[in-house]
Design a binder for this molecule. Structure first.
Ligand code: ADP
Ligand code: MG
Length: 140
């Protein structure tokens, strides 16, 4: 098995409800290690760049507005198969379809305001980490 890193965001709906610690508990219970973390107010430009892959989707404007509506916590998570493992811990995009025990089942408000982001592949993880962290901010 491979030690991997993935990129995570605790989204505005979760930071607003003071759920940072509750989300982090689920991350750590799953065996993932938080090796970098900071609370930031995303700019519109940062959110548009981050979600550029979705720019043609009908929900893009709403998604960018949401991501800058309150602070977020950006993180790097490390562990065996961290990318897939975190996607499993997050649960389905739509909380109505998320499995019991997942972060989105427990906390998400809707398909848009769904509490967390996690990278979907090694290439996107590397790009997303690089958008928000410099190498010396990540301490494994
Ligand atoms: P995931 O975050 O599970 O990887 P996607 O990459 O498909 O999901 O979408 C990115 C984000 O866009 C979602 O987490 C959610 O915040 C938002 N989103 C996705 N689909 C919708 C939708 N149908 N309506 C509103 N927002 C959506
Ligand atoms: Mg995605």
């Amino acid at each position: 098995m491979a030690l991997e890193r993935t990129f995570s965001i605790i989204k505005p709906d979760a930071t607003e409800r003071n759920l940072t610690g509750a989300v982090n508990a689920k991350i750590e219970e799953a065996g993932l290690r938080i090796v970098a973390q900071k609370r930031i107010q995303m700019t519109r430009g940062q959110a548009e760049t981050f979600y550029a892959v979705h720019k043609e989707r009908p929900f893009f404007g709403e998604l960018v507005d949401f991501m800058i509506s309150a602070p977020v916590v950006v993180q790097v998570l490390e562990g065996e198969n961290a990318i897939t493992k975190y996607r499993d811990v997050m649960g389905a995009t739509n909380p109505e379809q998320a499995a019991e025990g997942t972060i989105r089942k427990a906390f998400a408000k809707s398909i848009g305001e769904n509490s967390v982001h996690g990278s979907d592949a090694a290439e996107t993880a590397a790009m997303e980490i690089a958008q928000f962290f410099s190498g010396n901010e990540i301490v494994g």
